[in-house]
Design a protein around this ligand. Structure first.
Ligand code: PGA
Ligand code: ZN
Length: 410
């Protein structure tokens, strides 16, 4: 089925910032859209977001213009189910290393919209269509583990807390059960915070978790583990961290409050937390170019997965380097970090070929799009990061996972 029109409009993300929604139409009348998310603690190797200026929250009319003129021109008449060709055309049209000419936001918008349009044209669910595009070994036969970010710091909160995300990972492959537990733990975190902190010291972060104004990076771990111990069922969830260490790395050291930690000191602190709290995973424990320190920490912590995000940026070359240097056991997959669906699938396939687990992830600035739920479900990824189970942009992903799990159980 051929593409007849590629179009786009500006919408707002969960932070209220402008972003792109691209739509692909086919000759049989089927359509597909994708609403592009946006990061705050972005890796420097990510595909560049095209905005009208460098100002925070700038409009995206330049990106819309690229879509409605150049991209529309290049893709009209192309077979919508030929995802590889669509993405190759986008890459050729862009012609840059970092996708700065068309913009990673324009490109992923169109690439994922085409994928949806192709699924619609065939009359199949998105996850089922995605499976026809790649052969990726699953970590899970059922639904991925939900990573729920309940305590927010770093670039996602205006507080002193340096580490970005304190997540719980319910130990169930039932997304419905995971949601119920996540909501209960979030409620208990709120109750606990309200009993000890002033309202100004417990606001809400970008991903819907509590933004606690504390400097001590261990306090959120203590809170989560106390709550875990008080639950009727033992070990119902594990704790995972996203340090997003590049965001507090300045002049060669890691700035936490008044202290400037070396990578050895930060590594020792994280190893101690991993042991004390049985951490499931630690994402971006060091700044985004330090593959060696990642590898050292992974070697020291065989029971904890070290995860690449800013380190790897869903980029196959960077993931290959992380594999070669044994820096990670898991990798974050964010389609908008790399800019096309084909490259996203290629990176996932590479990771799984080397037994590196994939954790598909939302961004801190999210939309109502649930594409990533289908992506994670399609390939049985180890996990999916969905933020706190209350903001609507996060809930739609969880609800879609529940729907898919039910669909496949039926
Ligand atoms: P971002 O953060 O979406 O703001 O880049 C998410 C993450 O670091 O995992
Ligand atoms: Zn991250």
């Amino acid at each position: 089925m051929k593409i007849t029109l590629v179009t786009a409009e500006e919408i707002r993300d969960s932070r209220g910032n402008p972003t792109v929604r691209a739509t692909v139409l086919c000759e049989d009348g089927s359509t597909g859209s994708f609403a592009v998310p946006s990061g705050a603690s972005t890796g420097t190797a990510e595909a560049v977001e095209l905005r009208d200026s460098a100002a925070r929250g700038a409009h995206v009319s330049l990106a819309l213009e690229r879509i409605t003129t150049e991209i529309n021109g290049a893709l009209t008449g192309v077979e919508v189910a030929d995802q590889k060709k669509i993405d190759a055309l986008l890459l050729a049209l862009d012609g840059t290393e970092n996708k700065s000419r068309l913009g990673g936001n324009s490109m992923i918008g169109v690439s994922a919209a085409a994928c949806r349009a192709a699924a619609a044209s065939r009359g199949v669910e998105l996850y089922a269509y995605l499976r026809t595009l790649a052969d990726i070994a699953p970590s899970h036969e059922t639904a991925p583990f939900l990573y729920m970010n309940l305590i927010n710091g770093g670039a996602h909160a205006a507080t002193r807390l340096a580490f970005q995300e304190y997540m719980i990972v319910p130990q169930t492959e039932s997304p419905r059960e995971a949601l119920a537990l996540g909501s209960e733990v979030l409620r208990r975190v709120e109750e606990y915070s309200a009993s000890r902190y002033s309202p100004a010291a417990r606001t809400v972060g970008d991903e819907g978790g509590i933004a606690l104004d504390v400097e001590d990076t261990e306090i959120p771990l203590k809170i989560l583990s106390e709550i875990r111990d008080a639950l009727p069922k033992q070990d119902s969830f594990r704790i995972a961290l996203d340090i997003a260490a590049s965001s507090f790395f300045r002049d060669g050291s890691y700035r936490i409050g008044e202290r400037a930690l070396s990578s050895e000191e930060l590594g020792e602190r994280l190893a101690a937390y991993a042991a004390a709290y049985g951490l499931l995973s630690i994402e971006d424990p060091f700044e985004e170019t330090d593959f060696v320190s990642f590898a050292r920490l992974q070697a020291a912590l065989p029971a904890t997965k070290i995860v690449g995000d800013d380190l790897t940026t869903t980029n196959a070359r960077r993931v290959q380097k992380a594999i070669d240097e044994q820096s990670i056991e898991a990798v974050i997959i964010k389609p908008n970090q790399i800019g096309t669906v084909s490259e996203t699938l290629e990176t996932m396939a590479l990771a799984r070929k080397h037994s590196v687990d994939c954790i598909v992830s939302h961004r801190s600035g999210e939309t109502m799009d649930a594409f990533i739920a289908d992506l994670a479900f399609a390939f049985g990824t180890f996990g999916i990061k969905v933020g706190a189970p209350r903001a609507k942009e996060r809930m739609v992903k969880i609800e879609r996972l529940i729907e898919l799990a039910d669909l496949c159980a039926a």
